[in-house]
Design a protein around this ligand. Structure first.
Ligand code: ZN
Length: 243
């Protein structure tokens, strides 16, 4: 038998040590601030140039693009390098798994990425830095250079659907894996949260690493409350020694 497939579902909690706050969770910054939430809600964004102007200012000031991966991101990349088959399913848009050295093809970004922009009309994408540079040069609401369409960050906004291909692949991996580790996720935002239940239903060993209780704790084989930066490297080292 080969090494077991390990699926790692990561949420906001894995990136807090990198200085990125929880924006999107049930108690995240956006949910607690309705004005801020409008900036990331598709309908408001598409309908109001003033919302777009403020969104671009927010992206410009967003420190997530300058953030560095931390010990937990590096531990995931290290596990992959030992030859254990690993797939990352992430609710985060910060791109820190990739920066830590995890191959991009082994990462599913359920909520997209803040490191790219996308045209809402022709779907052309490019580096977020390019769009930010246009904002810094004085454009309030930079439009697509190909088709004149409205540009947005390549993240899934409130009111937008998750990419069905990405979600389908995440479900397939969840069903196929032998170990499913949910780390830094409150497991309250669907459909990502439901993956923990799918993993347990299909016989995976379910491990939850999170500071706060989650709705899936009673289904888990192991619940770890230690800080993620300490707990995850320890846990993944044990896994690579076992396999
Ligand atoms: Zn376009």
């Amino acid at each position: 038998m080969g090494s077991p497939l390990v699926a790692i579902l990561s949420g906001a909690g894995i990136s807090t040590d990198s200085g990125i706050p929880d924006y999107r969770g049930p108690n995240g910054l956006w949910r607690r601030n309705p004005e801020a939430e409008k900036l990331v809600t598709y309908e408001y964004y598409m309908g109001d140039p003033e919302i777009r102007r403020r969104s671009w200012q927010m992206r410009r000031e967003n420190r997530a693009l300058q953030a560095e991966p931390n010990a937990a991101h590096r531990a995931v990349a290290d596990l992959e390098r030992t030859g254990v088959p690993v797939r990352v399913i992430t609710q985060n848009v910060d791109g820190l798994h990739q920066l830590a050295g995890m191959p991009a093809r082994k990462i599913l970004e359920l909520h997209g990425t803040a490191r790219s922009f996308v045209c809402t009309k022709c779907r052309k994408r490019g580096p977020m830095e390019d769009a930010i540079a246009r904002v810094e040069a004085g454009e309030d609401d930079p439009l697509c250079l190909e088709c004149g369409g409205i540009l947005k960050s390549a993240t899934v906004m409130f009111g937008e659907r998750l990419d069905p291909a990405v979600l389908g692949e995440a479900i397939a991996i969840t069903k196929a894996c032998q170990v499913f580790i949910a780390v830094g996720s409150s497991l309250q935002v669907q459909p990502a949260a439901g993956l923990a239940g799918v993993a347990a239903d299909h016989g995976a060993r379910l491990v939850i690493v999170n500071a706060e209780p989650t709705p899936y704790d009673d289904r888990a084989d192991e619940v770890v409350r230690e800080p993620i930066g300490i707990a995850l490297p320890k846990l993944l080292r044990t896994l690579s020694e076992e396999s």
